[in-house]
Design a protein around this ligand. Structure first.
Ligand code: SF4
Length: 222
């Protein structure tokens, strides 16, 4: 039996905590999906396509969502029937198609929810410093997962060729985005950026080394 003097290992308790939060987020997604008249997988497809000016191939959508290609194909077919997404011939490869949000799908994904999710409400209520620290940890966790090959490269600053970490002396805005040529702060790090362009592995390693060097000691990678 677990007691305060004989707890389960800390990583186990962290995983338990993350699982609780994931369950709440799944529940929030169910409610949001119902609002839009889709199921949670179809909602995830819509969210995945948001901001993708070049659309996505079906296989890439399946990879990002961690579902099988037949599951992604079925979900996309339903969304096409609902006129929320459309398929177009890939301009670079006439044998394949890419999936895009329609204007209706775009409006649906951007429409405010009638009832904000519980997880979203709790996150919004966190003090700003806690939000920033959590963002930093999430970036690190996601980076580790993608470097292990557990998830595809995500569209976040830490894997973007435009990211120049700690390029400025300004403590409030130390980072630089070369895409928009502007400085930005730690709290503005992106996890899902429509302008992201994946850096090659060597550049990703160099970016992370520069980023990690200036993080508070408690957040630095071992
Ligand atoms: S383009 Fe987006 S992901 Fe890349 S550095 Fe700029 S803000 Fe970050």
């Amino acid at each position: 039996m677990e007691t305060p003097t004989s707890p389960t290992p800390l990583p186990d308790r962290l995983r338990e905590g993350l699982a609780r939060i994931a369950a709440v987020m799944r529940s929030d997604d169910w409610r949001r999906a119902q609002e839009l008249g889709v199921n949670p997988t179809q909602l995830a497809v819509l969210q995945c396509l948001e901001g993708r000016r070049d659309g996505m191939r079906v296989g890439d959508i399946a990879s990002v969502l961690g579902v099988s290609q037949p599951t992604a194909t079925d979900s996309i077919a339903t969304l096409v029937a609902k006129q929320l997404v459309e398929k177009r011939i890939d301009s670079g490869d006439g044998r394949s198609v890419r999936v895009f949000l329609t204007p209706t799908g775009q409006a649906a994904t951007q429409a405010p929810s009638a009832t904000p999710g519980a997880a979203e409400a709790v996150l919004q209520a966190l003090p700003g410093d806690d939000q920033e620290q959590m963002l930093d940890l999430l970036v690190d966790l996601i980076r580790r997962l993608q470097e292990r090959g557990a998830i595809p490269i995500q569209r976040m600053c830490a894997s973007c060729r435009h990211f120049r970490p700690c390029a400025h002396a300004d403590a409030a805005r130390p980072h630089h985005c070369a895409f928009v040529d502007a400085a930005f702060g730690q709290q503005d790090l992106r996890i899902e950026c429509r302008d992201h362009e994946a850096a090659d592995p060597a550049t990703r390693t160099a970016i992370w080394a520069a980023f990690d060097r200036d993080r508070p000691p408690i957040l630095q990678a071992p």
